[in-house]
Design a protein around this ligand. Structure first.
Ligand code: PEP
Ligand code: MG
Length: 962
């Protein structure tokens, strides 16, 4: 599977061909495609049929012969073959072709190629250059050589911006370039290092080549002049520079300044004036109409041609652009320009017509598009069943699972960031019904033999198809499990007892898996998961149910909900990404996915369970977006983004040991959340400046009975040793609620999250808290120790716990000790001004704080996705806590999952949080993120976030500004 990309290269081109006529040219092209293994024989019929429907002549000596839907099944893989005819071939109507590009495409992958081609054709006429070309390299250069044009349109102009200083003006310009897709996130910080040049008249110029995605020029003016190097600034040009793309513009700007007309720019009150002065793209102020394209394959050559014919029938200019694009559009009379728009089904076009013809032309164009431009079209989904379904919309249509259409985009909750691309493997709980007993043991044995043999063969195929060694090894192990004689013996014994093959097999596989798990060895426990996996395959075969075939390339695992044990047993090499219908970002499975570094989206709604097996998916867990069967262009961009993400990670990792300091010198401490004493060392190696949350209950859970003081001391010492003098923030035992301890039975509660948990439980069992505090104090041995109590909701709880710690400290002195609380119950945040006078620090547990503020169970299968810590209600509580602490000279950390959310970091830093405690793998990226930001701007941003109405609005604000 994977995407078929259409690329042009010299090997595809046969130069200097001579043919008698078009028929012979098509035959040779079909042969070239067939010899290249792209099509099966018989494709020529498709090429010929397509020409009979309408010539594929594109203009400028180029034709693009391709097949019809009827011959699509002859396409083996998507690709092109090119033939160069210096003497020319008459393609009908006297149109002479010097270059034929024969396309084999299974669907509409070729639209991207057309877009590229037609961009090249847009600039000047290349007919002659094609005819006289002597090498394949020349042809490729001609087709791909169109330089990237400089973007300059109204969205890149910001006039009279309310900025306080030059830096802010620069930042605004960077923001416009970023929003227009010209620059990536490192661009703004590269600008702050660049030297601005004065152009005279108060106009300044600044440019950078770093993190530029396409050339673009922004122009911004302040609402009142600002100072830079003791000179006044009334306007700033900011260039995202690539090669020579800006040359023409610069020349024009110089002419303007030499003519003494610089104030046209600095005093401009509309972007139109600026664009006209600089020759940028000005959209005509003409009547316009919008219409949506419904053709299955978008505006490909044939419908585009039909559209040009309608436009050409009017005597005046007709322009067209994608709706929402503010540029001047392209001529609707030009086939190549129309194709260059790359319009897909479902996209909306906007036609603009010269006022003299608009009354007639606009309705005619719209009607032609609605009628399908000569093709039969399927109606577009009504707005109510839009393909862009939000999570809530999908949740509403539960339980019916509607399949998702190709091109559908779904918003979901980011559980673990990153971008993953791969085929879907939908794992639904199999509904397998089988009889417990059977009459004929021999018959059951034969059935089982057959099932085992078939599953063995299936796995052999998987091994043969798998390019990854590690995956092959797993499958080989699975085969060994199928043939395990001891297992078989046990199963046979069950068959003799009269059990059915299904019942005998399942019960013995489960017993064997449990035996392995009981050995308490991580490796063997993983084997148990494998055993169950194989067991399910065989059972499905016995029941005649096809279990989803495992793709032979890294795939996206689609499930209803992933439980922590599922995630923990996942193989990073096989699972490229995780997508779940239900669940939220702070569920423990999400925390594990993050620790494993597997991109994951959760809470996408049950429609994802209706995905066809092997559907190609793009899981963009950097933006919380899933795309179903994305087109090649989207994939290409995602692959680039993924590569950029990997580069970003590499760069971040290279600098992981450096402190996290904003561009304007504000330091934020970045420390790690760890669950077991063994993880501390790993966290330090990843750049942690300390540990901000040691979840000690995991230490307790690792022991079969309550660990005594000595056992605990050993664990805490191990952590402090790894820290090598860096501070350790320990949370005292936080059990109850969702985290029961097997050896500490608790009465069942109606609402465990609102029951006896965290500090409440410890205050009922002071002996346990005392032992833990003693162990902590004893292990410190002069090293910095901070102890915090979880789930504190009242001042009394805090004081009781503190008094115990202070009493014990008299017995076991610790030089560098701080005592604080976790702020994870709204009452603690609301009481922060009181508590701040007594505590040494606060650490905000946003997972629980969000749960209790929003009244949404953090593990709730469908609601938890809405429990977003960036909700302004939660942010206000964080703000109150930080203000209260700082007023008393105390520090505040964040130890919930929000701290590693790239969108949340700017807001948390802006709110004044002093420390971010995040899962270890996130440390390098969180540090890198802080280094990109300017604290002064973040404060304003955070203040604005507090005034918004929803988490979504806060996320949009961050997306826009950072
Ligand atoms: C929190 O609630 O944010 C937190 C860090 O604690 P836990 O996730 O362990 O409940
Ligand atoms: Mg908590």
């Amino acid at each position: 599977m994977g995407s078929d990309m259409l690329e042009l290269n010299t090997h595809q081109i046969q130069m200097n061909q001579r043919v008698a006529d078009k028929t012979e040219a098509l035959a040779q092209l079909a042969d070239a495609l067939e010899n290249g293994g792209l099509v099966a024989s018989g494709y020529l019929e498709g090429l010929t049929a397509r020409e009979a429907q309408g010539s594929t002549f594109l203009g400028q000596g180029i034709a693009i012969p391709h097949g019809t839907p009827a011959t699509r099944d002859k396409v083996r893989s998507t690709g092109v073959r090119l033939m160069h005819f210096p003497e020319g071939v008459d393609w009908g109507n006297g149109q002479i072709v010097h270059l034929a590009i024969a396309i084999a495409a299974k669907s509409d992958e070729h639209l991207r190629l057309l877009q590229l081609l037609t961009r090249a054709l847009g600039e000047g006429d290349i007919t002659d250059a094609l005819r006289t070309a002597t090498t394949a390299e020349q042809i490729v250069d001609l087709l791909q050589g169109a330089p990237q044009a400089l973007a300059l349109d109204s969205q890149l102009i910001g006039l009279h911006l309310p900025v306080e200083d030059f830096d802010e003006l620069v930042w605004q310009a960077g923001r416009l370039l970023k929003k227009a897709g010209c620059a990536g996130s490192g661009f703004a910080s590269s600008l702050s290092r660049a030297q601005a040049l004065p152009l005279g008249n108060g106009l300044w110029w600044l440019n950078s080549e770093e993190s530029v995605e396409q050339p673009g020029l922004a122009f911004v003016t302040p609402d009142s002049p600002v100072e830079y190097r003791e000179q006044s600034v009334v306007g700033l040009f900011c260039l995202a520079s690539v090669g020579e793309a800006h040359r023409q513009l610069l020349e024009r700007l110089c002419d303007l300044l030499i003519e003494g007309r610089g104030d046209v720019l600095s005093q401009a009150t509309s972007s139109r004036v600026v664009l006209e002065a600089l020759g940028g793209e000005v959209a005509p102020d003409w009547p316009h109409i919008r219409v949506t394209v419904a053709n299955d394959h978008g505006l490909h050559a044939r419908p585009a041609k039909a559209l040009t014919e309608v436009a050409q029938s009017f005597d005046g200019d007709v322009r067209v652009r994608l709706a929402g694009d503010e540029g001047r559009g392209v001529s609707a009379k030009s086939l190549s320009k129309l194709l260059a728009l790359g319009v897909r089904r479902g996209q909306e076009l906007e036609f603009l017509a010269d006022p003299a013809i608009a009354d007639d032309a606009l309705p005619a164009l719209s009607a032609a598009v609605v009628a399908g431009l000569g093709e039969d079209v399927r109606p577009l989904p009504a707005p109510g069943d839009a393909v862009l379904a939000t999570q809530e919309e999908i949740a509403e249509c539960e339980p019916a699972v509607a399949a998702l259409a190709r091109g559908a985009r779904i918003q979901a909750v980011v559980a673990s960031p990153g971008i993953a691309i791969g085929p879907a493997l939908v794992r639904k709980p199999l509904q397998l019904d089988f009889p417990e007993k059977a009459q004929d043991a021999a018959h059951e044995r034969a059935r089982l033999d057959k099932a085992l043999a078939e599953v063995h063969d299936d796995i052999t195929r998987l091994i043969a198809n798998s390019s990854e060694k590690s995956i092959r090894e797993i499958f080989v192990t699975h085969q060994a499990m199928l043939g395990d004689p001891a297992l078989r013996e046990d199963v046979d014994a069950r068959l003799r007892e009269g059990l059915s093959a299904e019942a005998a097999w399942t019960s013995e596989v489960e017993a064997a898996a449990q035996q392995q798990e009981a050995l308490r060895d991580a490796l063997l426990a993983e084997r148990a998961a494998d055993l169950r996996d194989v067991g399910r395959r065989v059972l499905a075969n016995l029941c005649g149910v096809e279990s989803a075939a495992e793709p032979n390339e890294p795939y996206i695992l689609v499930m209803d909900e992933v439980v922590p044990s599922d995630v923990a047993s996942l193989d990073r090499d096989r699972v490229a990404g995780i997508l779940t219908a239900r669940g939220g970002a702070t569920a423990h499975s999400a925390i594990i996915a993050r620790a494993l570094g597997i991109p994951a989206l959760v809470g996408a709604g049950s429609a994802v369970l209706g995905l066809e097996p092997m559907t190609p998916l793009l899981l963009d867990a950097d933006h919380g977006l899933l795309e179903v069967a994305p087109d090649t262009e989207v994939l290409r961009r995602a692959q680039e983004a993924r590569a950029a993400g990997l580069r970003r990670r590499e760069q971040a990792e290279a600098l992981r040991m450096e402190p996290a300091v904003t561009v304007d010198g504000h330091a934020v401490e970045v420390v790690a959340n760890v669950g077991s004493s063994g993880d501390a060392e790993k966290a330090m190696a990843l750049g942690a400046e300390g540990i901000g949350l040691l979840r000690t209950e995991l230490v307790f859970m690792d022991h079969p009975e309550a660990p005594d003081q000595a056992a605990q001391e050993a664990e805490y010492r191990r952590v402090l040793d790894a820290l090598d003098g860096r501070p350790l923030v320990v949370r005292t035992l936080d059990v109850g609620g969702d985290k029961p301890l097997p050896y500490w039975p608790m009465p069942a509660e109606q609402n465990p999250f609102l029951g006896v948990r965290g500090i409440r439980l410890c205050l009922q069992r002071m002996d346990i808290l005392e032992t833990q505090l003693r162990a902590l104090l004893a292990s410190a041995e002069g090293r910095p120790l901070r102890i915090m109590f979880p789930m504190v909701g009242t001042v009394t709880e805090w004081r009781t716990a503190r008094d115990l710690a202070l009493r014990l400290r008299q017995e076991i002195p610790v030089a560098d000790l701080q005592l604080g609380i976790m702020v994870e119950v709204p009452s603690a945040a609301l009481l922060a001004p009181v508590l701040a006078k007594e505590v040494d620090f606060f650490s905000i547990g946003t997972n629980d704080l969000t749960q209790y503020t929003m009244a949404i169970d953090r593990d709730h299968p469908t609601l938890s996705a809405q429990a977003d810590g960036l909700h302004p209600a939660v942010l206000r509580l964080i703000d109150m806590t930080v203000r209260a602490a700082h007023a008393e000279g105390k520090w505040v950390g964040i130890c919930g999952e929000l701290g590693s959310d790239a969108a949340a970091v700017p807001i948390l830093v802006g709110l004044g949080v002093d420390e971010l405690s995040v899962s270890a793998p996130a440390i390098p990226l969180v540090k890198a993120r802080v280094r990109e930001l300017s604290n002064a701007q973040l404060q304003a941003l955070a203040a604005q976030a507090l005034t918004l109405e929803s988490a979504l609005a806060v996320r949009a604000l961050v997306e826009e500004h950072c």
